[in-house]
Design a protein around this ligand. Sequence first.
Ligand code: ADP
Ligand code: MG
Ligand code: MG
Length: 213
Amino acid sequence: ESRRVARRAAAALHAVRATVEENVEELGRLDAVAGDGDHGIGMQRGARAAVDAIDATLGFGAGAQSALEAAGDAWADKAGGTSGALWGVALRTLAARLGNQERPDADVIASGVQDAADALGRFGKAERGDKTMLDSLFPFAEALRRNADAGRSLPESWSAAAAVCTDAAAATADLVPKIGRARPHAEKSVGTPDPGAFSLALAVTAIADTLTS
Ligand code: ADP
Ligand code: MG
Ligand code: MG
């Protein structure tokens, strides 16, 4: 059972890598407006490494927790940059909540994503409204919780929350950055969404298709 969950986690990360590959230049362009322009290449390195790592663990019959931990470690190790470290923390935190035994339903996934959001807040010391990936991650986590509590299935819950995440990422265009590399060029950033919030929305949207099929 846990191996089945690990295979689904691997399929999710393959979908993340595919959408990152399609959007490398766009993510770089967003990051170049007020940051250093490396968000596309960083996400590409991280997602590629995570996929290679999780595929390797499947060969050893790993469960979901060890598979996602390996993916998170590889992402943080290979991506470089702030967002790479944050994606590593997020994947490891989600892995800890899933464990190797549990059959993940909408409720445990909502808890795992909330744990990941809280962990990123502690790790990066950003707050909501600072114009970071937290500004699409927290609304995503909250939507997952509402949908799970309303009794929706995991695919339904995730798809609806992915739409919330996408809207929240777009809405970061109005924010002024308070933290990170975009801070020194804060005013230039207004009108452009935060690259990390935007790439998170791409990722969760891509994952939605793997859960429904
Ligand atoms: P770097 O800023 O090191 O070049 P990236 O360009 O890959 O790394 O990622 C930039 C993204 O990382 C930002 O758009 C933002 O979403 C996110 N980010 C940066 N600093 C923080 C932080 N302290 N907390 C949360 N997210 C952050
Ligand atoms: Mg950057
Ligand atoms: Mg950088």
